[in-house]
Design a protein around this ligand. Structure first.
Ligand code: UD1
Length: 398
């Protein structure tokens, strides 16, 4: 079997043949680390608002290292998946195709009726792969975090966003500009609901449990500097090209002389550093490399950082919510509200301008920012309400 079904006794797999009007059934997909912070509050809100709803949780296994998956489940207090596809890594085509093949097999094996809807989050390969399989089987797709656009089709995530939105029946948005993006692409207005940012629900809920930076650093054999910058890098455009990665690290090394940098290294980046022979270069600079961290450790490091430097999507949002200045090491962002309202500044990828901007921020203290609309810790409640209303309106009872 290409997949496992965990917890066969769970409510997600109850036998409903005896019931004349079976409960509605929602299949929720997670795949990669940032999906988990989005899904955890949604599952909790669905449980509170619709206890009778059958919810099956499927993990594609796109992220599989314990640090990228199991630890984050534990940090969020999230229940184990009902179905694990264990798809692992591969090229985009291989990974997407394999997820599609395995997800299709799950739906074939599942006793009818099919789920009433498939809920996907974010913009990773699994989001698109599962949306495509569901849509081709005429199972409606619900997309949480719809309508974000960088305008840069060289980003694999941008392709995933555009196509997933085209396939979705209900599109739930996290920032107000997303609606205009969707309307421009021909999505009907009545299918779009502005629900706010579910990632910030997790942040607010878990912040009191954040691990102190000194504890995290001690665990990994380092002393905690009194003040530091937090660095993350994993975008293919920054790490897959050895020349670009070397230039970035040289610039960040210059900055680290002024402000020590803590650098939890993503597995993709670790592999790129090794391949390019750059691990020595890092060791020369005051850049403290750490393994991928748990969510509660990462929250602690972000909260207390003087400055965040990142190419991640979620960390742009989290630093805005925490009021910590952020320099995004990219030419564009699909999350413009973090720049227009929040603490984010687009720094581009040119080493000299990154260093100049970072030094300027250290002098001025950086952007203050405010909380974007509906980043209030209650987005998952609105997502659950929209999903339940949609199921009630569209579900065909036998
Ligand atoms: C993926 C998402 C990206 C998201 C990021 C968060 C896509 C196209 N990209 O990028 O949008 O911001 O997750 O982390 O879906 N690897 C491991 N262990 C793991 C996972 C990955 O070692 O648990 C390594 C593998 O060598 C793999 C590489 O990292 O080939 C890339 O992983 P993949 O999931 O394909 O993409 P990410 O770069 O993590």
């Amino acid at each position: 079997m290409p997949y496992q079904q965990n917890h066969p006794g769970h409510q997600g797999h109850q036998d409903h043949r005896a019931s004349p009007t079976p409960a509605a059934h929602l299949l929720c997909v997670v795949a990669a680390r940032p999906n988990l912070m989005k899904m955890a509050p949604i599952l909790a809100a669905l449980g509170r608002q619709a206890p009778a709803l059958r919810v099956t949780l499927l993990h594609t296994g796109q992220h599989y290292d314990p640090a990228m998956s199991g630890q984050v489940f534990a940090d969020l207090g999230m229940r184990a998946p009902d179905i694990a596809l264990d798809v692992g890594s591969g090229s985009h085509a291989q990974q997407t195709a394999e997820i599609m093949r395995r997800f299709d097999a799950v739906l074939d094996a599942h006793p009818p009726p099919a789920p009433d809807a498939v809920l996907v989050v974010g913009d990773v390969n699994s989001t698109l792969a599962c949306a495509l399989v569901a849509a081709k089987r005429a199972i409606p797709v619900i997309h949480v975090e719809a309508g974000l656009r960088s305008g840069d089709r060289r980003m694999p995530e941008e392709i995933n966003r555009v196509l997933t939105d085209q396939l979705s029946a209900l599109l739930l948005t996290s920032e107000d500009g997303a609606r205009a993006n969707l309307l421009r692409e021909g999505i009907a207005a009545e299918r779009i609901v502005f629900t706010g940012n579910v990632m910030i629900d997790s942040l607010r809920r878990q912040l009191p449990r954040a691990v102190a930076p000194a504890t995290t650093l001690r665990l990994h054999g380092h002393a905690c500097p009194p003040t530091y910058g937090l660095l993350t890098l994993h975008r293919p455009s920054n790490v897959d090209d050895a020349g670009q990665l070397a230039a970035l690290l040289e610039a960040l090394g210059q900055l680290a002389r002024q402000l020590p940098l803590l650098f939890p290294v993503h597995p993709r980046t670790r592999a790129a550093l090794r391949l390019a022979g750059l691990e020595q270069q890092l060791a020369r600079h005051a850049i403290v490399c750490l393994p991928p961290l748990g969510y509660l450790e990462m929250l602690g490091l972000m909260r207390d950082a003087r400055l965040v430097l990142t190419d991640s999507g979620g960390i742009q949002e989290e630093s805005t919510a925490l009021g910590v200045p952020c320099l995004t090491l990219r030419e564009n962002t699909e999350r413009p509200v973090t720049v227009s309202v929040g603490t984010n500044t687009l720094a581009g990828t040119q080493p000299a301008s990154i260093v100049a901007l970072a030094r300027g921020m250290l002098e001025t203290g950086g952007k203050r920012g405010a909380m974007p609309p509906l980043w209030d810790g209650h987005a998952a409640e609105r997502v659950a309400a929209a999903v339940i209303a949609w199921l009630a309106a569209h579900r065909e009872l036998p």
